[in-house]
Design a protein around this ligand. Sequence first.
Ligand SMILES: Cc1ncc(COP(=O)(O)O)c(C=O)c1O
Length: 395
Amino acid sequence: MYDFDKIVDRTNTNSLKYDLREFFFKDKDVIPLWVADMDFETPIFIREAIQKRAEHPIYGYSIKPDSYFHSITNWLKKRFSWDVIKEDVLFSPGVVPGFTLAIMAYTQPGDKIVTQPPVYFPFFQSVEDNGRELLYNQLIEKDNYYTIDFEDLETKLSDPKTKILLISSPHNPVGRVWNKEELEQMVTLCKKHDVLMLTDEIHSDLVFKGHQHLPTASISEDAKDLCITFMAPSKTFNMAGLSTSFLVIQNEELKKKYEDVLQAYHLGLGNVFGNEALEAAYTHGEEWLEKLNEYLTSNTNYVFDFLENNIPEINFLKPEATYLLWLNCKQLGLKEKELQKFFIKEAGLGLNNGSIFGPGGNGYMRMNIACPLSTVKTALDQLLKAIELFRKEKK
Ligand SMILES: Cc1ncc(COP(=O)(O)O)c(C=O)c1O
């Protein structure tokens, strides 16, 4: 059912990660360890569901049957002990479009939205490109471990113009799974200052041993009332190209406001293959996901040991969730542009530059390890060669 070691050639498939290397890195041969999709085959039970539907010769407008919603609510119950009713689940063509529509639904131009950088950069675009103002509640870093600056958060939330706190949970790129106390504190502050929480939980299935994801909305009645939760099978099952995600809104008034905007943009229908894929993923996906998380953990461990033994100038803390490693490269002493150039030109690797994740991102590179171990090994060998040369030149 799974062979995560298998190399699948993705070139010339219109893959953003592979076929835009020339455009982004000015080098079509870098090993692509950037965009957050995986080099593993989308699981067979999803491909079969799509193939079965594709055999019917008409791909007209499609609706979502009860079984589609039940697959979601069962998944939420099983994985997170979260009770959600079908009526509170809404479709979105993506998590980013989802929280962008929520911003349109709940704020006016000029209103303020708090984010916690370094963080997934479309958060910034979604706010600023729509005429809203960003406030940064920068995370605190100590020995590569990140926590929330609650004092600063309260200051930002108490601004009367602040309407939304937009969080990444688990957090991309720093890999934290926010714990109950942290979530409670955020909810308490949002309630106190009458601010809504948009919680992007797209990485909630990719959580490693010793950690448990808690949907923020599930932790209390207050949370349920002020949270909009965004989730998707896209990262988990490598089906981002199907543009299928969902959100949960359990407050009737907020749900109505969101539905009005969704209606206005006519975005609620989705696509025929995405519907089939989502249902297959959540119905059959648990065992595959367990194996995936084991594989990701062992890739992470490999990178960790390799860097510790060979390249201590680059280090990271093992993420609690996500297949994204947040590499601290500060000891190399390179300026932002030089660091990018070093990874691309000297090491032949295409990673995301930390600086795009906003304040706190300089000096970091984000590495996607959702690929066969052999690819990770080749990448690290290339990195080591480049570092050895770099050390010599520095002497
Ligand atoms: C935190 C986070 N949110 C959203 C997305 C993308 O969501 P979508 O493709 O559904 O818009 C990503 C993709 O990397 C992500 O990391």
